[in-house]
Design a protein around this ligand. Structure first.
Ligand SMILES: [Zn+2]
Length: 640
């Protein structure tokens, strides 16, 4: 069967259909897995490859059930559907972990003959046996019961944590005068109420302009305080228990701590390597950050002579002011070139040209009227489908991320993936344009890697500390004058001038070391909370942030309660900088130009299309022709 014959998912056309879709489809997949497992245990095929094929069938069913349910739990406008989807996530996750504790199922593979398997099947068998070991199958009965309970509880707590963040939107009310400095279109969209006060929410479409443009410090403080207490106090107890549950599970499975458990399957290899890597970043950024901080402090005192500390409520505002005054980059002028519709068309066009793809709009029913869907074609053949859900609404995931929707399997299933973002419908900040390219990097990775025999390696199935490298690499296209000229236009229809982009690039280097320190703060929090499990989460995180970056946290706040990455990334937020080290080096492969067709084709084939079928180190080496190194990252940090 040719891949073109594969059909995409079809969604319900009526509201009632969604509740059924969210429940019945995963339930059917769960039943299918149960039948496969029965067959494997009662009457396993003689040949190992046939056992692996059955296992693959079950994993396809699980992936279909899980990705659909996760997406709906974060995106469906109806709270009832989100709740039903969450219950299915819980059920599928429980089944997945129970399978890895099933000794009879394990025996089917532990006893299997590995001789004669090709590379892909051998890799699958090795990964599968590792999954069983990490699942706890080798433990005694009592311990296995405990591991099962802890794993289920982790799922439950993680879902609750995400739900509280999603539902945690906050509002503040400020006088009209408090909006000084904000762009006219923002003011037009935020009229005062009868009491003369304006409502601001913690959604990105309010938060980002306010933290960048509001000259009134009280306004910035009030909104960032509201944002830093998102999902607090709700998530205080949820997080404390989650950290306990993970620590106990790691210990029962024979690991020192949760970081050790997570890193075993990642490029970094061991939990203890995390602080070692972070201290490398610390050394590489400390001096430059101190110099940058002194400039921010001096600039703050020009506004407020008595101010003694630059806080996270000043950081973006001061960076913006200095970029305008010292580098002649006016963010409000910059954003005038980025109307949302232009950026959307541009991201599609640029990634299509770069990767040899075509996006063909399809008019299909989805979960919300905001969603636009496209078939992805390569060499005229449909290889997947994407759905873009790009603006904020109540109850929706409130950051920016790519969600798999359907796993791709060669000749069997068409990959589908979704972007959930929260962009403005009007003019975008350049930061948002960068985010759009970033998330699109995940999206095309997921689709292009969807032509795999084994679903275990399909899509973004690579080591989890490599996943950000392709998306961070694609950010660079949002900084290229030729690329930007191809799709930007201000109200007069003029594209962004190359000299402005050149100044933006120079300005971007300013504040880079402080941004790395901010990321280092998040990475330290993610690692330390999981390893030390401090009794007082607030005091511990505040101390970590205060000692990692010269830009100070706001006292008494609880940003960890809304730190969504603590569930999925666990102790491994270091991933972003780890991937960035690789992304900076991957960029050196594009020395013939960002749109050079041969380089891009090589990149697509070496890095994106293999998915998880080879180790990331090997993929990177295949593209660069040598192992990656730290040098490109160090140069970037030094401003070049
Ligand atoms: Zn990302």
């Amino acid at each position: 069967m040719s891949i073109t014959a594969l059909e995409p998912l079809s969604f319900p056309t009526d509201p009632e259909g969604w509740a059924v879709f969210a429940t019945d489809r995963p339930a059917e997949r769960i039943a299918r897995v149960a039948a496969i497992d029965e067959r494997l245990k009662a009457d396993p095929p003689h040949a190992t490859i046939d056992r692996l094929e059955l296992w693959n069938d079950a994993e396809i069913a699980l992936a279909e059930a899980l990705s659909g349910a996760y997406l709906l739990s974060e995106a469906h406008p109806d709270a009832g559907v989100r709740e039903a989807a969450e219950a299915q996530v819980q059920a599928v996750e429980a089944l997945s972990s129970a399978r890895l504790l099933d000794r009879d199922l394990w025996a089917v593979f532990a006893d299997a003959e590995a001789a004669g398997l090709d590379d892909g099947a051998s890799r699958l068998l090795a990964h599968l046996l590792r999954d069983f070991r990490r699942g706890g199958v080798g433990l005694d009965d009592e311990t296995r019961d405990r591991v099962r309970a802890l794993t289920d509880r982790d799922t439950e707590l993680s879902l609750a944590f995400s739900r509280n963040v999603r539902d945690g939107r906050r509002e503040i009310r400020v006088p009209v005068a408090g909006l000084a400095g904000l762009p006219q279109d923002f003011l037009d969209a935020h009229p005062a109420g009868e009491d003369g006060l304006v409502t601001l929410t913690t959604e990105y479409t309010d938060l980002m302009p306010v933290r960048e443009y509001a000259t009134v410090r009280e306004t910035r403080l009030a909104l960032i305080e509201a944002y830093n207490d998102l999902a607090w106090p709700e998530n205080e107890a949820v997080l404390a228990e989650l950290l306990e549950v993970r620590a106990e599970r790691a210990r029962l499975l024979g690991f020192t701590d949760w970081a050790d458990y997570e890193t075993e399957t990642r490029m970094i290899g061991a939990g203890a390597e995390i602080p070692a890597f972070l201290s490398r970043l610390d050394a590489a950024s400390a001096d430059a950050a101190a110099i940058e901080y002194a400039q921010l402090e001096e600039r703050l005192r020009r506004d407020i002579p008595s101010a003694d500390t630059v806080t996270v409520a000043d950081f973006w505002y001061l960076l913006g002011a200095l970029k305008r005054e010292q580098f002649d980059v006016d963010a409000q002028l910059v954003r005038s070139y980025f109307p949302f519709e232009r950026v959307l068309a541009g991201v599609l066009d640029v990634t299509a040209r770069l990767l040899g793809l075509e996006y063909r709009p399809v008019d299909v029913p989805t979960w919300h009227a905001d969603v636009t869907s496209y078939d992805v074609l390569r060499d005229g053949e449909r290889i997947g489908r994407i759905h873009l859900d790009l603006h904020p609404r109540d109850g929706k995931f409130n950051h920016a991320a790519c969600f798999p929707l359907a796993p791709g399997v060669s000749g069997r299933a068409l990959p589908e993936a979704v972007l959930l973002c929260n962009f403005s419908r009007g003019l975008l900040e350049h930061d948002e344009v960068v985010t759009f390219f970033h998330e699109f990097g995940h999206l095309v990775h997921d689709i292009l890697a969807g032509d795999q025999r084994w679903v275990r390696f399909s899509g973004v199935a690579t080591e989890w500390d490599f996943v950000e490298a392709p998306s961070q690499l694609l950010e660079e296209w949002a900084w290229d004058a030729d690329v930007l000229r191809s799709f930007t236009a201000n109200a007069a229809g003029e594209p962004i001038p190359a000299d402005l982009v050149a100044r933006m690039r120079v300005a971007d280097a300013f504040g880079r070391a402080l941004e790395v320190r901010r990321q280092l703060g998040h990475a330290n929090v993610s690692y330390r909370l999981h390893v030390d499990r401090p009794a007082d989460l607030q005091a511990a995180t505040e101390r970590i942030y205060a000692t990692t970056s010269p830009v100070q946290p706001l006292p008494g706040q609880h940003p960890y309660a809304g730190f969504g990455h603590l569930t999925g990334y666990g102790a491994c937020y270091y991933t972003y900088q780890w991937s960035l080290v690789i992304a900076r080096d991957l960029l050196s492969g594009f020395e013939s130009g960002l749109m050079d067709p041969r380089t891009a084709l090589d990149y697509r084939r070496s890095i994106l299309e293999p998915g998880g079928s080879r180790d990331a180190t090997d993929l990177v080496e295949a593209f660069l022709g040598r192992p990656y190194s730290f040098e490109a990252y160090r140069d970037w940090l030094a401003g070049s």
